[in-house]
Design a protein around this ligand. Structure first.
Ligand SMILES: C[S@@+](CC[C@H](N)C(=O)[O-])C[C@H]1O[C@@H](n2cnc3c(N)ncnc32)[C@H](O)[C@@H]1O
Length: 207
């Protein structure tokens, strides 16, 4: 049976089922393989490695692209200051509906939309810029042109000194970052399915 989702879309009855996060993630992967790009959520090791350099006490706005079932959200909310905000953006309304129900936290905002519109989205929620933007997007399988627009929009949306944190199965995304970010630190995480590249691209601080 079809039902209204919180953002006005229509969800099937099963999207509001009591399926575990893992089962829901896998089911959505089968429905949208190119947009999700992975059969299971990221590992604990990937979460720790991606968030290891974040300066939580200086973070006012943390943005996450493609939260899925909220794999990173628990850890981000645990570490985020009481007056800071975690704003997540996902194109899949089933995931957006799921994380809105999962995180009853006044610091948490879930937006049904595309990372390609991040500047408008953060402005709509009263922010000028983001201190960190974390991405689990499958850049290699996004529609043509979307990855380049996301890289451009992300650079513009970051505060000076802010960082774009990316985990990715292919390093090809470096080509999209190159026109904007001059410094990208790289590492690799074997304990993830599949193993992935970890990229941390920093926007220069203003002189
Ligand atoms: C590999 S999953 C990552 C899930 C989760 N972050 C994790 O680590 O387990 C990719 C996510 O990106 C979302 N996505 C794909 N294209 C997007 C876009 N243009 N903007 C925002 N989210 C997008 C998908 O719906 C999916 O939730």
């Amino acid at each position: 049976m079809a039902e209204r989702t919180l953002d006005g879309g229509v969800a099937s009855r099963s999207s509001r089922s009591t399926a575990s996060p893992m089962a829901l993630f896998f089911r959505e992967f089968l429905r949208h393989p190119a947009m999700i790009g992975s059969i299971i959520p990221s590992s604990r090791r990937t979460i720790e490695a991606m968030l290891s350099d974040v300066r939580w006490d200086e973070t006012r706005l943390f943005v996450e692209y493609g939260p899925g079932v909220g794999t990173f959200c628990d850890t981000i909310l645990e570490r985020l200051s009481p007056d800071a905000t975690l704003l997540v953006i996902d194109t899949n309304p089933v995931f957006v509906d799921f994380v809105r129900r999962r995180y009853a936290d006044s610091r948490f905002i879930a937006v049904h939309g595309s990372a390609a519109d991040v500047q408008d989205i953060i402005a709509t929620h009263g922010f000028e810029s983001a201190d960190y933007i974390l991405s689990g997007l499958p850049f290699s399988t996004l529609p043509a042109g979307v990855g380049a627009r996301i890289a451009e929009q992300t650079f513009a949306a970051l505060s000076p000194g802010g960082s774009f944190l990316i985990y990715q199965y292919s390093p090809n995304v470096l080509r999209l970052l190159a026109p904007h970010f001059t410094r990208v630190d790289r590492s690799f995480e074997w304990f993830n399915i599949p193993p992935c590249h970890l990229l941390k691209a920093r926007k220069p601080a203003e002189p």
